[in-house]
Structure formats: structure tokens, C-alpha cells
Design a protein around this ligand. Structure first.
Ligand code: DUC
Ligand code: ZN
Length: 457
């Protein structure tokens, strides 16, 4: 199919300009003026902003958490993603503990995703056990196009100790790759949970109290000390607060390469959400928890200064019934929030329209930087001749309101319920296919597995 997108405003990480885009098949054939319309369906996009398809480098679909499974799997989750302008999700495949291989983990996650996705998809590989075979398998993963990894400093089923952290980071650096790391101090969190339970503090308002910012900052500090010894670049995923951010700045000032990711919930919500009545606080239980207003301000400033490279979602959704598994004990509430459908519209409304970041910065945070970090640039993350025709058409004049009544997730709750949006996602092209039109999904399950190159940042 051939499309000529006329009169739109094309956004990149460095400029915003009026230009037409010619799509031929799955690719962008040309960007410019007076492009030939022969044989093309012509769409007049006057007044619309055209972004490269958004990339969400942090999703959890079809994931077992706290004795249940996320409400959204790859089918429902990627429908929500593409409706929100995300054309590539990078989910987490995981090795299982107990002598299992990375290959088994990848096969398991390919089975969950293959044939079900409405946007393109890839995986980071979570390494939870380190031995000679795992070490050999790192290259096998790279050969399969899995070029980024994940490590946990919390969660018993996933976490690695400092010794293995050092060895893994060093190996990944030798291979030209890096890991995203979930930074929280597991031991002290356990102690604080024990205290809360002994004192009979069992409601969701206790969740942020047992996972304070200091314990995230301590883990970031420790990670960065280990990474320095290993000579390894590293990414801090879902950064939430000022103290942890300052650890990153300190390490960078010492010459280290440290990437940072944050998420809309840490930019737009504050910890008062945990005190909502009638167990509503459970909706917001996620790890790390939502922090204070001052932390939001710090993160926005870091985005403005380009000190945070990407905004992902940590999408991990549960129904109210699932959240109620922790009705009598907040530590049993499955942790996670949905977010893939509203990342772009929230960032545009509360970032660009509010004057906190520019459209170009939004493009870097959602598309360009993510494409470079995860080795798909300029195939993705750019509107250039030869790039995949993954294009988000955003209407900055229309308004909408986020509601669980209308969202596409398989859940009955939305952490951004009632948030006003000063834009809508009007159309989304996925590799030249008009998948979303007038905000509605027109073509589903067109997503394919994307093999990635190494970090290009
Ligand atoms: N945090 C969550 O809240 N859920 C899933 C994984 C994570 O790190
Ligand atoms: Zn996560």
C-alpha cells in the first residue's frame, strides 16, 4: 500500500518541521515537499503532529506475579499499546531459577507473544542465575537479536547477589551490551515489612513506607560502584526519586556511562494515592512505589536537561479482584500498573503542553533514544527514508479523559483515572499498515518479532 501523508508537522529529536511523508509498502520512501501522489492514498494531516512510532522499553505482559498473572497478555496489552501510539514494546523474557537456561526463557516468552501482538515486539533477557552455561548463552541471545538484559536487586525469585552482578555486568560490557537494573535494597525492605506486620500495619498505605526512596538510592549507589569496578555501562530502570537520581549524577561525573529510565506514574502521581479509602490505594501498589511531589519535580527537570534518556511504562496490570489478593496484607497485593495506552498522550499533555519539555524532547524520550539504546535505529525511532513506516499521528487540538470505562486494557481500574488529555492519538501506522484510524484499532495482530542490534547510544 502507498500513502502520501500531506501537510503534517514532522517531529524528530532535533527539529519540528512541516513536511510530507511518502509511505511505500512497509517503509518510508521519502520525506519532503512536492512528493509524487501517483498511486498513493493521500491523507491531509494539517494541524497534526507526526512522531516516529513510540517504543516502550519496559512492559510486562502475561507475567506471573504474587500467585496470579497480569490481566493483560500480549494480545490485549499490545492492542492498548498501539492505540496509544506505541509501535514497538520490549518486554522481559526471563530465565527461571533452578538450572534453567536463557534459551528456555526466550522460547517461553516467544510462545506467549508470537502471533498475538498488534504492535512489533522484542525482549530483554532477565538473568537470574549465573554459571558457565549462562555466560556462554549471552552470545546466543545476541545472535537471536536479544541485545539488552535485566537484573534485579530485589525479589527472591529474580535477584542476583553483588558477586554475580559484577560478573554479569562485566561479561555484558565485553559483549558491547548493557543491563537495565531494578534497584531496591531487598534485605532492609524485608526487615521493614517484618516490622509493619508485627505492628499490625497491613493496609496499602504501608507499601511506600517499607520501600522508601533511601533504599532505592542505596541500591543505585551499590549498582554503580559495582558497574564502575566492572567497567560496565548500565541502565537504572524506573527511576523514581531525587536521592537515586543524585547517585546517577555522581557516577556520571566520575566518568561512568549510566542511562536512566522513568515512567509516567513517577512523573504525575504522588504518594498520597496510597491513602485513598476503600482499599483504592492498592491500585497504585508497584515497585518501586510512587514518591513525593518534590521527586516528580526533580524527574521533570532531569527530563528537561536530558539527564534521563527514556520514559517507559513498566506496564503490569491487574484487576481490582486481583489486587484484593492483598486485602488483609499489603505485601500480597500484586504489584504493577497499566500504562502503555497513555504514555504518549500524558507526556504530551503534562510535559509538552505544560511547557516542561519540548516536542523534540518527547520524541527523543519515547522514540529516538529508545531506538538507539535498544539497537533498532534508524529502522525505528526515526521518520527518515528507509525507516519502517511506524508513524504516530497526534492531534494536539482534541481533548479526552482517561477512564477505565473506555480504556483498552483488560482491567477495571486505571491509575490515571480522570486525567484530562490535551491531545488524542488519531492514527498509527505500523510498518506502513494503517493500524489505528480515528483512535480505533482497524487492523490487529500485525506485530512481528524484531531482532535488535547492540546499543547505539
Ligand atoms: N514492579 C512492579 O510493580 N511490577 C512488576 C515488576 C516490577 O518491577
Ligand atoms: Zn518492570
Amino acid at each position: 500500500m502507498k500513502y502520501l501523508l500531506k501537510n503534517g508537522t514532522v517531529v524528530s529529536g532535533t527539529e519540528t518541521k512541516k513536511a510530507d511523508i511518502l509511505i511505500e509498502g512497509e517503509k518510508i520512501a521519502a520525506v519532503g515537499e512536492n512528493l509524487p501522489a501517483e498511486g498513493a492514498e493521500v491523507l491531509d494531516l494539517k494541524g497534526k503532529l507526526l512522531f516516529p512510532g513510540f517504543i516502550d522499553g519496559h512492559t510486562h505482559f502475561d507475567l506471573e506475579v504474587a500467585g496470579t498473572v497480569t490481566a493483560d497478555d500480549f494480545e490485549t496489552g499490545t492492542k492498548a499499546a498501539i492505540l496509544g501510539g506505541t509501535t514497538l514494546v520490549i518486554d522481559y523474557a526471563s530465565q527461571d531459577k533452578g538450572g534453567h537456561t536463557l534459551k528456555e526463557g526466550l522460547e517461553k516468552w516467544r510462545q506467549k507473544a508470537d502471533g498475538k501482538c498488534s504492535c512489533d515486539y522484542s525482549f530483554h533477557m532477565s538473568i537470574v542465575e549465573w554459571n558457565e552455561e549462562t555466560e556462554r548463552e549471552v552470545q546466543d541471545m545476541i545472535d537471536e537479536g536479544i541485545t539488552s538484559f535485566k537484573l534485579y536487586m530485589t525479589y527472591p525469585a529474580m535477584m542476583v547477589d553483588d558477586c554475580d552482578m559484577y560478573k554479569i555486568l562485566k561479561k555484558l560490557a565485553d559483549c558491547g551490551c548493557f543491563a537495565g537494573v531494578h534497584c531496591e535494597n531487598a534485605g532492609v525492605i524485608d526487615a521493614l515489612i517484618d516490622e509493619a506486620k508485627k505492628e499490625g500495619r497491613l493496609g496499602p498505605e504501608n507499601h511506600p513506607l517499607v520501600r522508601p526512596d533511601t533504599l532505592e538510592a542505596e541500591a543505585v549507589h551499590r549498582l554503580l560502584v559495582i558497574a564502575k569496578e566492572a567497567g560496565a555501562p548500565v541502565m537504572v530502570v524506573h527511576l523514581t526519586n531525587r536521592k537515586a537520581y543524585e547517585e546517577i549524577l555522581r557516577a556520571r561525573a566520575g566518568g561512568q556511562t549510566v542511562y536512566a529510565e522513568t515512567c509516567p506514574q513517577y512523573l504525575l502521581l504522588d504518594d498520597s494515592v496510597y491513602s485513598q479509602p476503600d482499599f483504592r490505594g492498592a491500585v497504585y501498589v508497584c515497585a518501586p512505589p510512587i514518591r513525593k511531589k518534590e521527586d516528580q519535580e526533580c524527574l521533570w527537570n532531569a527530563l528537561k536537561k536530558g539527564e534521563i534518556q527514556t520514559v517507559a511504562t513498566d506496564q503490569c496490570s491487574f484487576t481490582l479482584e486481583q489486587k484484593a489478593l492483598g486485602k488483609d496484607d499489603f505485601t500480597k497485593i500484586p504489584g504493577g500498573l497499566p500504562g502503555v495506552q497513555t504514555r504518549g498522550t500524558l507526556l504530551y499533555t503534562y510535559g509538552v503542553k505544560a511547557g516542561k519539555i519540548t516536542s523534540e524532547q518527547m520524541c527523543s524520550l519515547l522514540s529516538e533514544n529508545a531506538a538507539k539504546l535498544y539497537g533498532v535505529y534508524p529502522r525505528k525511532g526515526a521518520l527518515l527514508p528507509g525507516s519502517d513506516a511506524d508513524i504516530v499521528v497526534l492531534d494536539p487540538e482534541k481533548e479526552s479523559v482517561i477512564s477505565a470505562k473506555t480504556h483498552a486494557y483488560n482491567t477495571d481500574n486505571n491509575p490515571f483515572e480522570g486525567f484530562k488529555l490535551g491531545c488524542v492519538i488519531d492514527k498509527v501506522f505500523l510498518r506502513g499498515h494503517l493500524a489505528v484510524e480515528n483512535g480505533e484499532l482497524k487492523q490487529e495482530k500485525l506485530g512481528g518479532f524484531i531482532r535488535r542490534e547492540k546499543n547505539q547510544m
